[in-house]
Write a protein that binds this ligand. Structure first.
Ligand code: MD6
Ligand code: FE
Length: 216
C-alpha cells in the first residue's frame, strides 16, 4: 500500500452496496457530528423526544421527535405524517443548518440525484430500545430514497427482504454511518435489535438515528 492509497482510505468513506438501491457509507457523517448533534439538541428543545403509542396499543421503546415540513406522529388511533406534535401542541421546527445538505449530498453520492427531503425523523434509543421489522411506506413517491444517519452507540440493524418472514441480515451501524436506500430496495423490511448498554463519547447512553425523507 503506498502513501496515496493509505490517505485515500482514511479520507474516503467506504461505499458498500448492500443490494440494488442500497448503499452504506461508513463514517460519511462523522466529521459533521458536532453540527448534527447540535441540531438534534435544538429540535428536541422545540419538541421534546417522547415515546409514542402505537395503533396496536403499545408504547414504543424508541423516543422520537421530528423536524421539517411534517414529522412522524403515532398514537392509539393512527400513525402517519403531521405538521406538528399534537401532544406538545407544537409545529415541528425547521431543519437545522446542515441537515438538508448532508442528506442531498449523501443521496447523490449513492446515485440519487435531486433528493430534497421535506422531513427528518429523529429516533433516540437507550439500552434495550428496539424497532420491530417494518417497511417505510407512508411516503407518496417510492422513487425517492431515504437517507439514514446513525450517531452515538452502535446498533445491530436488521436488513430484510420484501416479506416480513424473509431471513434478515445483521449490519452494525456505528457513529457517523450513512445508509442511503431507495430504488429496488425501497420497500424492504428492516428493524433494529435491542440496543446494548454503553456510553459513547459524543452521545452518552444514547443512539440517535436521523432519517431524511421526501413525504410528498
Ligand atoms: C434506525 N431506521 O436505524 C431505524 N427506515 O434507528 C429506519 O427505520 C430506517 O434507517 C428507513 C430507511 C432507513 C432507516
Ligand atoms: Fe424504517
Amino acid at each position: 500500500m503506498n502513501l496515496f492509497s493509505q490517505l485515500d482510505e482514511e479520507l474516503q468513506p467506504t461505499h458498500e452496496v448492500l443490494a440494488e438501491g442500497a448503499v452504506l457509507m461508513r463514517g460519511r457523517a462523522r466529521r459533521e457530528d458536532g453540527l448534527l448533534l447540535a441540531g438534534v439538541e435544538a429540535v428536541a428543545r422545540a419538541v421534546p423526544f417522547r415515546q409514542m403509542a402505537t395503533p396496536g396499543g403499545y408504547r414504543m421503546s424508541v423516543a422520537m421527535t421530528s423536524c421539517g415540513r411534517v414529522g412522524w406522529v403515532s398514537d392509539s388511533e393512527r400513525n402517519g405524517y403531521a405538521p406538528g406534535d399534537p401532544e406538545a401542541r407544537r409545529m415541528w421546527p425547521g431543519m437545522p443548518e446542515g441537515f438538508r445538505e448532508l442528506a442531498r449530498a449523501s443521496a447523490e453520492e449513492a446515485g440519487f440525484k435531486g433528493f430534497e427531503p421535506d422531513t427528518c425523523l429523529i429516533n433516540r434509543y437507550q439500552a434495550g430500545a428496539k424497532l420491530g421489522l417494518h417497511q417505510d411506506r407512508h411516503e407518496r413517491d417510492f422513487r425517492q430514497p431515504i437517507v439514514s444517519v446513525s450517531l452515538g452507540l452502535a446498533a445491530v440493524f436488521l436488513w430484510g427482504g420484501f416479506e416480513r418472514t424473509e431471513a434478515t441480515k445483521r449490519i452494525l451501524l456505528e457513529h457517523g454511518d450513512v445508509l442511503v436506500w431507495g430504488g429496488a430496495s425501497r420497500l424492504r423490511f428492516h428493524g433494529v435489535m435491542p440496543l446494548k448498554p454503553g456510553v459513547h463519547e459524543r452521545t452518552g447512553v444514547y443512539r440517535y438515528n436521523l432519517t431524511f425523507r421526501r413525504v410528498g
